[in-house]
Design a protein around this ligand. Structure first.
Ligand code: UDP
Length: 487
């Protein structure tokens, strides 16, 4: 018989591997704390990778997973609209189906946890009179910016990128205009308004779970908890629950040869190059990257995807994973002779690599990354310093955090979203990270963060139990209310 006193957490994940993976991981962790967990996943219609991740998670039999088909939004949103606009609208339109699906559950939920893009679904918790939490699968500085955006929206009149000074965020590292997150680039774009809406929604929650830990962002977490600084903006308590990283690669890509190759390489000698689940480069940028790697004469593993025609990538959340055309002629978009000239030092992986296992391998000593937060944490928790090459979403903030605050990453002077990072600059960055003293110092610092992440988990258990305590308190309060009303 089912234990009716158990906290039953209902989690809601938005489409896209970068969102799905941390939600599944959170579900797993809550399960180990004896929560009953039901995970609703709004699935993107086209991603084979996502289906694979869901299937392998379901086979663990830890939590119930319920798929909510992505609603048709073609009559509301232009198919060319930005990813964030589409994601936000998909999640908003999902609300009625989500609410009905919760009603149909055999045991009623006692806590609701939605991810960033699910914030319009927080109100569903009110229908069921249960506490509601938001899970930010990113860092606390990003959370601070999101919460503060409604204030910035009033204070800053023109475009954020045209501001002369860094943007003020109470008690936190100021944000350079050039590092603002993707939806803040153009205020007239619907994605900006969608993001602003998220910033307005989050403070109505009963608490915010964030994928960070005390030692990673001590100052930001302290600031966010300072009621004098933040009390007027958000009173929702903050629960750092990180590092929430998947312990094994979410997709079994059956690519074992890469490990045979890694086994033969010296310790910490290999640079792993990957732009996440959706990052794509232009043709011109790929050529420069290839030459940069070659000129550096360092060992590398490069996860390659065919280039895109446009200059910058907005990510391809709705289409990525095992793209069928990935195999089509590496040689056709890489410099002539590149594969031949680098065959002794480089290993090319098409489309998708077992990233977690690669980063864990002792031969890997650096990660050239688009700085998605999952990739970033996977790097930190394996003690691997980075070359921060942000593409979209909040990745520029992540890069700034890694390079300037934590000092565990090299960052190109050329902004990858504005221009092409040239081969000489790439060569210099690779050398700095892989052979110079500066890179070594970064390696030392990231290893310290790795250790702090290992012990953070014990504290985070307490954090999550505290969440359960809050849920209990809420239930007791409601029971009292209904008794008082004589129900
Ligand atoms: N990933 C992987 N192999 C790849 C590319 C990505 O296993 O070839 C995984 C990676 O380990 C991470 C996730 O996909 O867990 C990507 O999430 P992230 O937040 O870094 O970036 P996003 O894909 O959301 O931009």
């Amino acid at each position: 018989m089912e234990d009716s006193t158990k906290t039953h957490a209902v989690l809601l994940s938005s489409p896209g591997l970068g969102h799905l993976i941390p939600v599944l991981e959170l579900g797993k962790r809550l399960r180990t704390l004896n929560f009953k967990v039901t995970i609703f996943v709004v699935s993107s219609r086209t991603s084979a990778a996502e289906s694979q991740v869901i299937e392998s998670f379901m086979s663990l039999n830890l939590c119930e997973v319920i798929l909510l088909p992505s609603p048709d939004i073609s009559h509301i949103v232009d198919p060319e609209a930005a990813v964030i606009t589409r994601l936000s609208v998909v999640m908003r339109e999902t609300r009625p189906a989500f609410s009905s699906a919760i009603s149909a559950l055999s045991s009623p939920p006692t806590v609701l946890i939605v991810d960033l893009f699910g914030s319009d679904n927080l109100e569903v918790a009110d229908e069921f009179k249960i506490p509601k939490f938001v899970y930010i699968a990113s860092h606390a500085w990003f959370l601070a910016l999101t919460l503060y955006l409604p204030v910035l929206h009033e204070r800053v009149k023109g475009e954020y990128v045209d501001e002369k000074n860094a943007l003020f965020i109470p008690g936190c590292k100021p944000l350079l205009p050039e590092d603002v997150i993707h939806p803040m680039l153009r205020r007239s774009d619907q994605q900006y308004l969608e993001y602003l809406n998220i910033g307005i929604n989050i403070p109505v929650s009963d608490g915010i779970l964030v994928n960070t830990w005390e030692e990673l962002e001590p100052a930001t977490l302290a600031a966010l908890r300072d009621h004098k600084l933040w009390g007027d903006i958000s009173k929702a308590p903050i629960f750092p629950v990180g590092p929430m990283v998947t312990p094994t690669s979410p997709i079994d890509s059956n690519k074992t040869e890469v490990f045979d190759w890694l086994e033969k390489q010296p310790i910490e000698s290999v640079l792993y190059v990957s732009f996440g689940s959706g990052g794509l480069l232009s043709n011109e940028q790929m050529v420069e990257l290839a030459y940069g790697l070659e000129l550096s004469q360092q060992r590398f593993i490069w996860v390659v995807r065919p280039p895109v025609q446009k200059k910058s990538s907005d990510g391809s959340f709705f289409t990525v994973g095992n793209s069928s055309n990935a195999n089509e002629g590496l040689a056709s978009y890489l410099p002539e002779g590149f594969l031949d000239r680098t065959k002794n030092v480089g290993f090319m992986v098409l489309d998708w690599a077992p990233q977690v296992e690669i980063l864990r391998h002792e031969s890997v000593g650096g990660f050239l990354s688009h700085c998605g937060w999952n990739s970033t944490l996977e790097s930190i928790t394996n003690g691997v310093p980075l070359i921060a090459w942000p593409l979209y979403a909040e990745q520029r903030m992540n890069a700034a955090l890694l390079a300037e605050e934590m000092k565990i990453a090299v960052r190109p002077k050329t902004l990858p979203w504005k221009g092409i990072v040239g081969r000489e600059e790439i060569k210099m960055m690779v050398e700095t990270l892989m052979v110079e003293e500066e890179g070594n110092a970064m390696r030392g610092r990231v290893k310290e963060l790795k250790s702090s992440g290992e012990t953070a988990w014990n504290d985070n258990v307490m954090v999550m139990l505290n969440m359960e305590g809050q849920a209990m308190k809420m239930r007791v309060k409601e029971l009292k209310n209904s008794e008082e009303k004589g129900l």
